[in-house]
Design a protein around this ligand. Structure first.
Ligand SMILES: [Fe+2]
Ligand SMILES: [Fe+2]
Length: 285
């Protein structure tokens, strides 16, 4: 076992200059053996994603990326106008070109502090199943959200091509990823990494509950126990915190927009330690 630590972050949103500066200057490893998980929403433009992940790959012994919804947008101003799955495939190649692991690569096994554990980056998306109580259909949930004035930009910029809709893309990803996880040797401990929450619980504190439909899928509600998660790492909500379900620790690891991290003062640090209880770091560090 090495003495390195496993760190995680997400929602770097480097389109914001102040976030760009944090990536450029402040996201640093503690030792040459440290790894970093980046759980999506690095940015919107493909060149920004390459810039940020390239910098981080040069600092950490290994970087593992799972895409967020923002990477999957096709913004008008991005010279890369690929949509949907083609855009994701392109980003996978971008990651490989800078040495970053993706959901399409073999799962890496972390053997440092807290290991051995298999790190599983995933693209699972959402399927509008986190609906309000008493609203049985996707159409009904979208109507409730639109009427409340809460509409995710994904509806306009995250194209599902070649799938008919984002829920269909999600269904395909959940099926393929679940099969891959089920094929791991019995007893394999995992760190599940997904941009979107894997269970509904973290969305219960959203200021606008209507937004939940763009946040995950009920299909992964038991994955943390079914696939022996030592920890679950996610982002997307921009509400950094720790929750427990069935004894498993769920870490929301987002940086968030400047107005958000200025409000909470980065009191949890710039990077989240995935295994803080194994060989704890002294307070003074
Ligand atoms: Fe985000
Ligand atoms: Fe997001």
């Amino acid at each position: 076992m090495s003495g390195g630590r496993l760190w995680a972050t997400s929602d770097l949103h480097v389109g914001y200059q102040e976030n760009r500066e944090i990536v450029a200057e402040r996201l640093l490893p503690r030792s040459a053996e440290d790894w970093l998980i980046v759980a999506g929403d690095v940015g919107e433009n493909a060149a920004d994603v390459e810039w940020a992940l390239g910098i981080l790959a040069g600092r950490f012994a290994r970087v593992i990326w799972a895409p967020g919804n923002h990477e999957l947008w096709t913004p008008q101003k991005d010279p890369v106008q690929l949509r949907g799955r083609d855009r994701y495939d392109h980003l996978v190649e971008v990651c490989r070109s800078v040495g970053v692991l993706t959901p399409e690569d073999d799962y890496a096994v972390w053997t440092g502090v807290g290991g051995p554990v298999t790190i599983v980056p995933m693209l699972l998306l959402y399927d509008y199943s986190f609906r309000p109580a008493g609203v049985p259909t996707v159409e009904g949930a979208l109507k409730v959200a639109y009427e409340a004035g809460i509409v995710a930009t994904d509806e306009f910029l995250l194209h599902p091509d070649p799938y008919p809709d984002r829920a269909s893309w999600c269904a395909e990803r959940v099926a393929a990823t679940g099969a891959r996880l089920a094929a791991l040797p019995a007893g394999t401990r995992t760190v599940l990494v997904n941009h979107f929450p894997m269970t509904r619980l973290p969305t219960r504190i959203l200021r606008h509950p209507e937004f939940s439909i763009w946040c995950g899928t009920e299909r992964t509600a038991d994955w943390h126990t079914r696939f022996a998660a030592a920890a679950v790492v996610y982002g997307h909500l921009h509400i950094p915190r720790t929750t427990y379900e069935d004894g498993v620790r769920f870490e929301e690891v987002s940086l968030g927009y400047p107005r958000e991290w200025k409000r909470h003062g980065l009191r949890r640090g710039l990077l989240r330690d995935v295994f803080p209880d194994a060989d704890p770091i002294p307070e003074s560090w």
